[in-house]
Design a protein around this ligand. Structure first.
Ligand code: BJW
Ligand code: ZN
Length: 237
């Protein structure tokens, strides 16, 4: 499938954590308390109603205390440990299930629920509690400047240079549980395909907006399909 010294890039989306009990964004009704994700996860939404946005992220941050990585997360950590060539895991997810499963070569391109950022002093702080407009920054003491360390619509995702460099030399691109409608991540398959020798595999329970870019589709839940895929990559089975 890929030579032993080849480079692997994996992109994961909300479907990766679905079987851990974290809801996807564009599921059955795709709404949160009647709001579209685009309205909550945007700088405009935060300026309009900061407490609503804090509540959205407070609930999701608190929910992390009650979920665990699934077999899919564990399989990707095993792939990273067992693979001798290049490896990069890029996740759009803001949960911490990949790192809890043991992944280290990991980029959270849309940020992290368990971090907050101070717009006053720029500090990025680990944060496991609730946040509100009245919370004081531990770094500068300012009040009202803290926001979730999350990439909202219209903001620039993190570490794009590193991601694009890895995609440019990828021999295998695996895309797991993403609907392929949010850019720039939705463009990664096309980017990887620019290298004629790169093989592209999609793992999803459904067809997606970007399915046509892939050589192989594995239709099924990530927690079931990834352990089998990783086994075949590492052991040629
Ligand atoms: C399973 C499964 C199981 C279920 N196993 N699979 C017009 C055209 C094109 C682009 C734009 C446009 N207008 C604006 C834009 C840009 C905009 C964008 O893309 N908007 C679209 C909605 C049109 N993008 C941005 O603004 C981004 N920034 C940007 O572009 O900056 C400029 C730039 C330019 C060029 C280069 C670089 C930068 C920022 C995007 C920020 C996204 N933020 C969010 C919320 C914050 C994080 C959070 O709160 O959690 O990130 S939105 C939300 O969507 C979240 C997710 O990470 C992201 C992607 O969702 P995902 O993961 O795909 O989830 P779902 O629910 O959509 O899909 C789940 C999938 O899993 C489905 O396919 C299921 O079938 C599958 N599944 N169970 C396997 N068990
Ligand atoms: Zn501060």
């Amino acid at each position: 499938m890929i030579s032993a010294s080849g480079s692997i890039v994996v992109l994961t989306g909300a479907g990766m954590s679905a079987e851990s009990g974290i809801p996807t964004f564009r599921g059955v009704d795709g709404l949160w308390e009647g709001h579209r994700i685009e309205d909550v996860a945007s700088p405009e939404g935060f300026a309009r109603d900061p407490e609503l946005v804090h509540r959205f992220y407070n609930l999701r941050r608190a929910a992390l205390n009650h979920v665990e990585p699934n077999e899919g997360h564990r399989a990707l950590a095993q792939l990273e440990r067992g693979w001798k060539g290049g490896f990069l895991l890029v996740t759009q997810n803001v949960d911490d299930l990949h790192e809890r499963a043991g992944s280290e070569k990991l980029i959270h391109m849309h940020g992290e629920l368990r971090k907050v950022r101070c717009e006053g002093c720029g500090a990025v702080l680990t944060w496991t509690q609730d946040l509100s407009s009245g919370t004081r920054c531990r770094a500068c003491g300012g009040i009202g400047g803290l926001r979730p360390h999350i990439v909202w619509f219209g903001e620039f995702p993190f570490e794009m240079d590193r991601i694009m460099a890895a995609l440019a030399k990828a021999d295998l691109f695996i895309c797991v549980g993403t609907s392929g409608v949010v850019y720039p991540a939705a463009g990664f398959a096309r980017e990887a395909a620019r290298r004629a020798t790169c093989r592209l595999i999609e793992v999803n329970v459904d067809q997606t907006a970007i399915s046509s870019h892939f050589h192989q589709h594995i239709h099924g839940p990530a927690a079931v399909e990834l352990p089998k895929l990783v086994d075949s990559i590492l052991h040629g089975r």
